[in-house]
Design a protein around this ligand. Structure first.
Ligand SMILES: Nc1nc2c(ncn2[C@@H]2O[C@H](COP(=O)(O)OP(=O)(O)OP(=O)(O)O)[C@@H](O)[C@H]2O)c(=O)[nH]1
Length: 372
């Protein structure tokens, strides 16, 4: 999962290490050179002073002038250079803007190639730059660690936007908790509903499925297969019926039978299909769902990111389920969706089995991407 992106992020670490190493060598040379100069000056001074003593005269002005000259020498090399040479000598790391220029450019290209959305890539770069420059990170021991820690912070900042504890949210809502699923066709919506029903059952919550996809022929059969396999009650109407009415019936069923959660499927739609989007508004009015989850596939990359944004604008979502993460190497959608929508990714679909649903954990993802 997300291996392509992981490799690219590792590439950034190597780029910075290479550029810092070259700088380090150059500066170690400078330092060695400076020490040699100082020794030579000291020797010369000692000789001169011996000469002057021998000659029976001391010239304090001359020696002041000399020491000023040697200060001026230090200044001309620049205090930055000295500080950095010393920092390298003592194992501390100070990275400067020019060390990062090339690696950051490479990182930007790598993020964009990985389908990370532009504004998200910019935010990551800005954070990495801020986290790495100057002396703020002198407690880390190697350049590799510095890069790792800067990348981790930068990624976490965008990935963890809006996160909340899904189970606690369910626990805190008045039962039956109604969750409606939206998204385009074929991205794994119905499968995700079945998986979530199983995830909830594992944690002691009962659920009923309601098929609000009254639009597509075969939708009832598809979801009823899942319901049968899982032993769940399915509420459905004839094709062409009113989706809001189906989900309403699901809520009534849950109330009458003490079922904790109603999982309402909806027809796959584009955010531009006005009639289908107005159905979502009607569902909102009639059943007032506790959560609306947007489902899309990780493998769709930028398309998934744009759809999440458009859906959220047309019919506000509370979070995303990102399916087919098992088949996605780029990781761009996983990194971008929360930042772009302001709503968290709540689950990752990681395969075709019912237990292939993982609670999305931003820190775990960042470790996966940036860890060794
Ligand atoms: N590899 C993998 N396949 C998945 C995952 N989730 C769903 N699928 C597969 O994706 C295909 C489409 O899933 P559906 O659940 O039918 O998609 P849908 O969005 O409900 O489709 P419509 O009902 O046509 O809108 C199926 O073959 C699923 O098995 C996942 O996390 N990983």
């Amino acid at each position: 999962m997300f291996d392509g992106l992981k490799d690219k992020l590792n590439g950034f670490r190597e780029d910075v290490e290479d550029s810092a190493e070259v700088e380090g060598e150059v500066e170690a040379d400078i330092e060695a050179g400076v020490e040699a100069d100082v020794e030579t000056e000291a020797e010369v001074e000692a000789e001169e002073s011996a000469d002057s003593t021998e000659a029976g005269r001391a010239d304090p002005e001359a020696s002041d002038a000399e020491s000023e000259a040697s200060d001026a020498d230090e200044d001309s090399d620049g205090p930055g250079t000295f500080a950095r040479a010393k920092a390298f000598a003592t194992g501390r790391i100070i990275i400067e803007e020019e060390d990062l220029e090339e690696p950051l450019w490479e990182l930007e290209m790598a993020l964009l190639e990985s389908d990370v959305e532009m504004s998200v890539a910019e935010r990551i770069l800005e954070n990495v730059r801020e986290n790495m420059l100057g002396e703020t990170r002198k407690q880390v021991e190697t350049t590799g660690e510095l890069v790792e820690s800067a990348l981790q912070d930068a990624l976490l900042d965008v990935i963890s936007v809006g996160q909340f504890d899904f189970q606690r949210r369910i626990e805190g809502a008045e039962p039956p908790v109604v969750i409606v699923f939206t998204g385009v066709n074929g991205v794994g919506k119905t499968t995700s509903i079945a998986k979530l029903s199983e995830w909830l059952a594992d944690r002691g919550y009962s659920s009923v499925l309601a098929n609000g996809d009254t639009y597509r022929a075969g939708a009832n059969e598809q979801i009823s297969e899942h319901a049968d396999r899982l032993g769940r009650k399915l509420i459905s109407h004839e094709q062409g019926g009113d989706p809001a009415a189906v989900i309403y019936d699901g809520v009534e069923y849950a109330k009458a039978n003490d079922v904790d959660i109603v999982l309402g499927d909806t027809a796959g739609r584009l955010h531009t299909s006005d009639d289908l989007m107005s159905q979502l508004e009607k569902i909102d009015r009639v059943v007032d769902p506790d959560l609306t989850l947007f489902v899309d596939e990780a493998v769709a990359g930028q398309d998934a990111v744009q759809r999440a944004k458009q859906f959220n604008e047309a019919a506000e979502i509370d979070g995303t389920i990102l399916t087919k993460a098992d088949a996605d190497s780029s990781g761009g959608a996983a990194i971008s969706i929360a930042y772009v929508t302001g709503k968290p990714i709540l689950f990752l679909g990681t395969g075709q089995e019912y237990d292939d649903l993982e609670r999305f954990d931003p820190e775990e993802l960042v470790d996966r991407l940036v860890g060794e």
